[in-house]
Design a protein around this ligand. Structure first.
Ligand code: NAD
Length: 248
C-alpha cells in the first residue's frame, strides 16, 4: 500500500496543536514515528502521548522555527533517535491582523520570520540530512490566503508570507528534485481550530460560510489525507505543487 508510512520518520513543526497536531496524528496512524518541534512544551508532549497511544514512537523538541540552530537541533534529534528523516512538515505559523497603512514594522518582521523564514530554515535543515539519502518529502503549510484576499482583509503580512511559502515551495522543489526530495505545500481554507472560537474572528464565520461553496468550515480531519498522501510514495511524481483544501 503506497499510502502507508510504516517505519518512516516525520518531523512536524507547530505540531503541538491545531492543524499541526492533526498532521502528526495522521502520520502516526499511517505508520510513521513522529517528532514535534514546537515552542509549547506542554502541548507538544500531549501530542507525543497521542502518537505513542497509536503505537508509534514520538519525540519532542522545544524550539523556535525562526532560529536556524533550533531547526537543526530538531533534525539532529530525529537522526540521533531513528537514524533518518523521511518527512518534514513545516507547519508552524501565526495569524496577524492590522490595517496595511498602519501595519507595525515589527509585526511584519515577526510574521515573516515565523511563517516564511521559519519554513525555509527548517526545510534547509531537513534537506541537509535527506540529500545524502537521495529521498525525502517536505510539506509546507501555506494558506488559501496565498491565493486570495480573504476576510478579514487586514492581513498584509500574513498574505504575503503565505504567498511566499507557495513560491518557496516551487523553488525548493526545482532545486532539490535532483536529490529525490519532493517539496509540496498544503493550503487550507477556513479551518475550525481554536482561533475560530476567539473573539477576534468569531463574528466573521457567517461570511466565511457564505464564501465557501461546500457550506461549512473545514475540520482538521479534512487535511489529514493530504498530508499522508504527500508524505507517501503515492505522491512520488508530484513536486512543487500546492494542494488547496478550502471547500471550493
Ligand atoms: P495554531 O496557533 O493552533 O498552532 C500553531 C502551533 O505552532 C502552536 O502549537 C504554536 O506553539 C506553534 N508555533 C508558533 N510559532 C512557533 C515558532 N516560532 N516555533 C515553533 N512553533 C511555533 O495554528 P493552526 O491554526 O493549527 O495553524 C497551523 C498552520 O496552518 C499555520 O501555518 C497557519 O498559518 C496555517 N493555516 C491555518 C488555517 C486555519 O484556519 N486555522 C488556515 C490556513 C492556514
Amino acid at each position: 500500500d503506497r499510502l502507508r508510512l510504516d517505519g518512516r520518520v516525520a518531523l512536524v513543526t507547530g505540531g503541538g496543536q491545531g492543524i499541526g497536531r492533526g498532521f502528526a496524528l495522521a502520520l502516526a496512524e499511517a505508520g510513521a514515528h513522529v517528532a514535534i518541534l514546537d515552542l509549547n512544551e506542554a502541548t507538544a508532549n500531549a501530542v507525543a502521548g497521542e502518537v505513542r497511544s497509536r503505537g508509534r514512537e514520538a519525540l519532542v523538541v522545544v524550539g523556535d522555527v525562526t532560529v536556524a540552530a533550533d531547526c537543526r537541533r530538531a533534525v539532529q534529534a530525529v537522526v540521533d533517535r531513528w537514524g533518518r528523516l523521511d518527512v518534514g512538515v513545516n507547519n508552524a505559523g501565526v495569524g496577524s491582523w492590522a490595517d496595511a497603512e498602519v501595519y507595525p514594522e515589527a509585526e511584519w518582521d515577526r510574521v515573516l520570520a515565523i511563517n516564511l523564514k521559519g519554513v525555509f530554515l527548517c526545510a534547509q535543515a531537513e534537506a541537509q540530512v535527506m540529500i545524502p539519502r537521495k529521498y525525502g518529502k517536505i510539506i509546507n503549510t501555506a494558506s488559501m490566503s496565498a491565493h486570495i484576499v480573504n476576510r478579514p482583509q487586514n492581513q498584509v503580512a500574513y498574505n504575503a508570507s503565505k504567498a511566499g511559502v507557495v513560491h518557496l515551495t516551487r523553488t525548493l522543489a526545482a532545486e532539490w528534485a535532483r536529490y529525490g526530495i519532493r517539496v509540496n505545500s498544503i493550503s487550507p481554507g477556513y479551518i475550525h481550530t481554536p482561533l475560530v472560537e476567539s473573539e477576534a474572528v468569531r463574528h466573521l464565520v457567517p461570511r466565511w460560510l457564505e464564501a465557501t461553496p461546500l457550506g461549512r468550515l473545514g475540520e482538521v480531519e479534512d487535511l489529514q489525507g493530504a498530508v499522508v498522501y504527500l508524505a507517501s510514495e503515492a505522491s512520488d511524481f508530484m513536486t512543487g505543487h500546492d494542494l488547496v483544501i478550502d471547500g471550493g
